[in-house]
Design a protein around this ligand. Sequence first.
Ligand code: GRG
Length: 305
Amino acid sequence: MISELWSRPDHFPTALADSAEAVERTIQRLLAPPDGPEARVYDAMRYAALAPGKRLRPFLVLASAHLFSVGQRAALQVAAAIELVHTYSLVHDDLPAMDNSDLRRGRPTCHKAYDDATAILAGDGLLTLAFEVLAHLDTHGDPAVRVELVAELAKAAGAAGMVGGQMIDLLAEHDSTALDIGAITRLQRLKTGALIAFSCEAGAILGKAAIEPRKALIAYAHDLGLAFQIADDLLDVEGNEEEVGKSVRRDEEAGKATFVTILGVEGARTQARALVDQAAGHLDIFGDKADLLRQCARFVVDRKS
Ligand code: GRG
């Protein structure tokens, strides 16, 4: 049972820490380095994936799977897979050809610690491993469930999701008037929201849930994803590098249109809080069992990193 992972199943910060520990153990197992010179790419993959991240997406997988009483091993496989894809996106986003960042998760970025080519390969290795994990028998006994997980994650991570969002973002760079609020919302739904939505839906896929609870989780995830992005934009303006663990003021330097440039700091904060309330409202059908997901929505906008 997933709830056995949580030493305090009613307390979000502890549940997040317990989930993170379990998912890190799973990633350690999945990334056991081989003998031979290819070990270097495993080192770089481990460096990036085991760096201290919040493990928010894995938490969403575990908490959504908990709603449908999914087994712990299956949920941890999917939780690790989503974290591998997320980490790949960070490694590639930090490269000189994209965001050109030196700091990630409080450490030198993967290409700074290794080199550009190794970082590209590490990202490729993380992305492809995620699909190997989803296709593994440990993830679910029913091959139809495994195929659905593979197809949904591919959609969320690919050109119809995160990659597409990143493309729009790169095209709009250096032009703060290129995107209006509708266009920014769409861009972020793709770039950040699609993986968050998959994380929430994954529990329903694993649990072979009915359409109604599945729709409720997708609606929750959409509001949560936007609130998360607004909070990220606020951190870029208000946070400090040490606490946030990555370079800040990058949006301003790049002259980027963000929720904050359009809504202002206070407007963005108000919008993020309204989205959190709306997100929590979608969970009513799950009763108390969704309390951690409700607390998670608050955390997403109150976080400092
Ligand atoms: C390179 C295909 C490709 C996509 C990159 C996700 C992404 C797209 C870029 C990351 C840049 C960025 C700062 C996006 C804003 C939202 C976001 C994904 C923040 C990082 O996620 P957190 O806060 O990070 O969950 P941790 O380190 O805690 O896992």
